[in-house]
Design a protein around this ligand. Structure first.
Ligand code: BDR
Ligand code: CA
Length: 310
């Protein structure tokens, strides 16, 4: 069983990551920490509580930073709407949060744990970087970091950069230089993990209390992705991290050097991936290069089925 903390900014695809993590027997979700990203810190935090209310979970939720380490916050309303989860009405939250700051939750949980814990960040890396700065000794308790962010070749928020890394590149640089084993699940693979409009219709037809909320949410997300990127459906970026922890066969990876551009006039937030080893620097990440889309989709459908039965 993989023990994880999910650090997220829900977010349509973050929501599916939460659902996959909470409903999979292979995963023990120790807590959810939220960060500003797809929407403001207040909205992503409330969204996490509302998602847990929908699926009947009481996973500890801790709110983190409202802005990146150095820069002003960039949010993504064109993709995720004004609420961060536009497309359907989630129930008002009845579950409570821990009252702790995300970084305190991460640090305390890691220090108290006898076994190593995996961090799964699916938003900007602000909370994770601050936790590492505040208590460097937590490194010993982190088995690995499996994050959604960056890309070898692709981009989505600028011509050079992926959203999560672009929002807080200083934080990303701290994480990628931490020496902790990192798997980078980037757009090169996540943009292939597309739930087509047909798939979304199938989710709608499942007819359960969870799937019937998920279908219109994904439809909103798919329409935005079609309009902006020409992608024919909903690319489920974030849950690929959790899927990989459930079954490593979901992704192919390569051990590569990744540096974060923090200064570029046009390229800030780019993950500079040394595919040909030209820098001579040692690899610091396992970078996803291919995805088994069918295996991934089956996992998501199965998770929704389990949640509907609750
Ligand atoms: C990432 O950015 C966010 O919009 C998504 O939730 C995902 O984490 C994709 O670039
Ligand atoms: Ca996200």
């Amino acid at each position: 069983m993989k023990r994880i903390i999910l650090d997220c900014d829900p977010g349509h695809d973050d929501m599916i990551a939460i659902m996959l993590a909470t409903s999979s027997p292979e995963i023990e979700l120790l807590g959810i920490t939220t960060v500003a990203g797809n929407q403001t810190g207040e909205k992503t935090f409330k969204n996490a509580l509302r998602i847990l209310t929908l699926i009947g979970e009481d996973t500890p939720v801790s709110r983190g930073f409202d802005k990146p380490m150095v820069r002003e916050l960039t949010v993504a309303p064109r993709i995720h709407g004004v609420s961060g989860l536009d497309g359907a009405n989630l129930p008002e939250a009845t579950v409570k949060d821990t009252g702790k700051h995300a970084t305190d939750f991460i640090i305390e949980t890691l220090l108290a744990s006898d076994e190593p814990v995996t961090l799964v960040p699916t938003g900007p890396l602000t909370n994770v970087a601050f936790s590492l700065l505040k208590k460097p000794s937590i490194k010993e308790k982190i088995e690995e970091i499996v994050l959604m962010g960056g890309a070898i070749y692709d981009s989505n928020i600028t011509p050079a950069s992926e959203f999560n890394i672009y929002v807080d590149p200083e934080a990303a640089s701290i994480v990628f230089n931490s020496g902790i084993p990192i798997t980078m699940v980037g757009l090169d693979v996540t943009n292939k993990a597309v739930f087509t409009f047909e798939d979304i219709e199938k989710i709608g037809k499942m007819g359960g209390h969870v799937s019937s909320v998920v279908a219109p949410l994904l439809e909103f997300f798919a329409k935005a992705n079609l309009e902006i990127f020409g992608i024919e459906g909903a690319p489920l970026h974030d849950p690929l991290t959790v899927a990989y922890l459930i079954d490593r066969d979901v992704l192919e990876t390569r051990s590569l050097r990744v540096d974060i551009e923090t200064m570029g006039e046009y390229t800030s937030g780019r993950t500079v991936v040394d595919v040909y080893g030209v820098t001579g620097k040692e690899a610091n990440a396992s970078v996803a290069t291919n995805v088994n889309v069918e295996k991934f989709k089956t996992m998501i459908f199965d998770a929704l089925e389990r949640l509907d039965k609750r």
